[in-house]
Design a protein around this ligand. Structure first.
Ligand code: TTP
Ligand code: MG
Length: 390
């Protein structure tokens, strides 16, 4: 039996939800996030992408590119709730669903043809059901493995449905840009450019031995398989390089460390929720501070066991803030990240170790479940009350 994998990814996820909930935004360029004078865009509608607005772009730059763009604030609880409904639908199509982020997942559809028809028919049904139940569009990529399925979903976006047929894998890969290839980040791209490599086809002409000499053992192994259409096996929830980050640019530069700490507490909670969403674990937190003169510093702290709850993240970030902050300089931006996410199994094993944080983790799981059920409900830590209800 041939393997069949779907990669599904919601289109312009946060922005599409904003357009769904606010009909006056439909058909218009909309950016989510960056609503303060100096924030960063989380994502934007396809209408805004035409103007060159992109995720992670500073709001100022987005406004310059698209002066008519409408900026709306992030409503994380609402997005998490919609994500929950979508994942439920996905689970009704396949027993094996690997969620990889708030809006994307892999489905192992092998052997489901008697129930759903051909892969294309199954994907059309899935798209229709998601549209009907949530009012949103999704892009589906179909291929014999996860690596190719992801490239296929990207290819068809938005509202895409694309299947890489058996025997056409190499042809398809040759049409993909190097930067869009799995595992090719900025650094690797630079390295490949230095070596005079600009096309997937070129990469395939090197032996594994040569690639090892050029890129090091791990990357070589990975790239060797990828360019041949083979799944390099790092499809799981937490590719090694993966991290989760969140940052806040203040409307006015901040000199009061208490405000910075409150922000970090808020960020810790967001990061923990997102970590739990992935089902991964992490043991390293990092802080980023950007001062008014744009000088920025980052620092990391590794925690002994896997991170269990937002208090633990906050404690580490607070220590980093206190030891690294130059108090003579106003702060423009503060951010934090959870680094080197690890696979699901390790995370679960950590649950076996009772530590003082495991109860808190249970509370956070309950809060997260509650937020999903009742998106309007706001559950905040007491220290955050001032900030959220001024
Ligand atoms: P993506 O799936 O990367 O982007 P998207 O769904 O908005 O658009 P598309 O898939 O059609 O290209 O990310 C999913 C959500 O994650 C996105 O809606 C907002 C959030 N996100 C950020 O907050 N910051 C980011 O830098 C990125 C890339 C995404
Ligand atoms: Mg998406």
């Amino acid at each position: 039996m041939d393997n069949v994998f779907f990669h599904v990814d919601m289109d312009a996820f946060y922005a599409a939800i904003e357009q769904l909930d606010n009909p006056e935004l439909r058909g218009k360029p909309v950016a989510v996030g960056g609503t303060g004078t100096r924030g960063v865009v989380s994502t934007c509608s396809y209408e805004a992408r035409v103007y060159g607005v992109r995720s992670a772009m500073p709001a100022g730059e987005a406004k310059k590119r698209c002066p008519n763009c409408i900026f709306v604030p992030v409503r994380m609880n609402r997005y998490m709730s919609v994500s929950g409904s979508i994942m439920e639908i996905l689970h009704s199509f396949s027993p094996i669903v690997n969620k990889v982020s708030i809006d994307e997942a892999y489905l192992d559809m092998t052997g489901t043809s008697l129930i759903f028809g051909t892969p294309l028919e199954a994907a059309a049904k899935l798209k229709a059901e998601i549209r009907e139940k949530t009012g949103l569009t999704i892009s589906v990529g179909i291929a014999e493995n996860r690596m190719l399925a992801k490239l296929a979903s990207e290819y068809g976006k938005p509202d895409g449905l694309y299947q890489i047929e058996k025997g056409k894998e190499i042809q398809f890969l040759d049409s993909v840009k190097l930067k869009d290839l799995w595992g090719v980040g900025k650094k690797m791209l630079q390295r490949l450019n230095e070596l005079g490599i600009s096309e997937v086809r070129q990469l395939r002409s090197y032996s594994k031995k040569m690639l090892i000499g050029m890129l090091g053992e791990n990357a070589a192994e990975y790239i060797y398989k990828t360019v041949r259409g083979e799944d390099p096996g790092i499809w799981n929830n937490c590719p090694k390089s993966r991290s989760i980050s969140s940052e806040t640019t203040f409307d006015k530069d901040i000199t009061d460390i208490r405000i910075l700490k409150k922000e970090l507490l808020d960020i810790s909670q967001q990061l923990m929720f997102r970590l739990m969403e992935t089902g991964c674990s992490s043991r390293t937190t990092a802080i980023k501070i950007k001062y008014h003169d744009f000088e920025s510093i980052t620092a990391q702290k590794t925690i002994r066991a896997g991170i269990m709850c937002s208090d633990e993240i906050y404690k580490a970030l607070q220590e980093l803030l206190e030891s690294r902050l130059d108090r003579s300089k106003p702060v423009r931006l503060i951010g934090a990240a959870l680094m080197s996410l690890e696979g699901e199994k390790k995370g679960e094993q950590l649950d076996l170790f009772e530590n003082s944080y495991s109860k808190k983790r249970e509370v956070e799981k309950a809060v997260q479940a509650l937020s999903k059920k009742k998106p309007g409900l706001k559950v905040f830590k007491a220290t955050l009350i001032d900030k959220n209800n001024p």
